[in-house]
Design a protein around this ligand. Structure first.
Ligand code: HMG
Ligand code: MG
Length: 299
């Protein structure tokens, strides 16, 4: 027992499912969300309002949002909305919290949202301002915050400057994202040190992918730097379809176990998470799970 807690946003319904080759039905997405809520997950990223041509799996975004009140009443749910069109769709569907996604390099923005860095920055700013104008809570991802699959290493100063602009445009939370899971703990520490003077730690979250097996180590470094907001994905599913080499997200179960054994509360039950992962395994027809899950199931 401890008063120290971390806030986990489970992004499996969005980041986890967006690039799955198997189509997942809207009722199955809602069942996954119901199981996550039942496990005690306090916050999820439910879906994304992006072009259905770019990401077919998220074409049912409005239907997912419409089903949320019944599937998981009271659950904090954000949605990805990278531009005003996405925001309008999200508002029409009843969203209360939206996230924009700005990448720190020219090429990653072009591949992901079909505009260069300058336009992506301006569009993210206008989307945040409009969202705030409508009274929504806001998150701003700064993606490829350590390494870009196209342009290589990204300087912390570049990321911090973009994060400052997102904060000034009304982001409640800055989410520093290691899109392709390339960051080492030393690099995460350097980025968080660079961000600390201008981006309040209470408003900073980290979004880690686990390609090289550094996800938990990177989360620990973030914890030690005072970060208390973490994105993670049940079963470790995830990855941006436009970022080659992106493997799954840091598994929620690995993060929760790390926190639990380190005396930090998450409010999340590992048995509940295991049930959500088992359901996702059925849907995707393959074994899933972070490093810790096999041990948890056998213990
Ligand atoms: P575009 O083609 O440049 O957009 O796409 P456009 O403004 O030229 O419009 C073209 C068509 O798209 C138009 O329709 C628009 O209405 C429509 P048409 O007239 O041809 O029928 N359109 C939209 N439709 C639905 N929702 C929208 C929307 N906007 C325009 N919001 C766009 C630009 C951003 C839409 C496109 O490139 C896109 O959808 N990209 C997908 C981005 C994405 O979902 N990426 C994966 C998520 S990001 C991620 O995974 C990273 C993250 O996890 C953090 C990390 O790990 O780093 C968040
Ligand atoms: Mg991601």
């Amino acid at each position: 027992a401890t008063d120290e807690r971390i806030v986990v946003t489970d992004v499996s319904p969005r980041d986890g499912l967006q690039s799955q080759p198997v189509p997942v039905s809207t009722p199955a997405k809602l069942e996954l969300i119901r199981l996550l809520a039942a496990a005690g997950v306090p916050s999820i990223e439910a879906t994304s309002f992006v072009s259905p041509k770019a990401v077919p799996q998220m074409a049912d975004a409005a239907a997912v949002l419409a089903g949320l009140a019944q599937a998981a009443p009271g659950l904090r749910a954000s949605v990805l909305a990278p531009n005003l069109k996405g925001l309008d769709r999200a508002l029409a569907a009843g969203a209360r919290e939206v996230a924009v996604v700005l990448s720190a390099t020219e090429t990653m923005n072009r591949r992901n949202i079909n505009m260069g860095l300058a336009d992506a920055t301006a569009v993210s700013e206008e989307t945040l301002r409009a969202a705030r104008g409508h009274g929504l809570a806001t998150r701003a991802y700064v993606a490829v915050a350590v390494e870009c699959p196209f342009e290589g290493a990204v300087a912390p100063g570049v990321v911090v400057e973009l994060a400052e602009r997102m904060l000034a445009a009304g982001a409640d939370e800055i989410v520093l994202a290691d899109t392709i899971g390339a960051a080492s703990p030393g690099q995460v520490r350097a980025l968080l040190r660079a961000a600390a003077p201008s981006i309040p730690v209470a408003q900073t979250g980290v979004h880690l992918h686990d390609t090289r097996g550094f996800g938990v180590a990177n989360a620990w470094v973030a914890l030690e730097a005072g970060i208390r907001r973490f994105d993670a994905s049940a079963g470790g599913i995830g990855g941006c379809p436009f970022a080659p080499g992106a493997a799954g997200n840091l598994a929620t179960e690995d993060l929760v176990l790390l926190a639990q054994q380190s005396g930090l509360a998450t409010g999340i039950s590992l048995d509940g998470l295991a049930a959500a992962v088992a359901f996702a395994e059925q849907q995707l027809d393959r074994p899933l799970g972070g490093r810790s899950l096999g041990w948890w199931r056998r213990r």
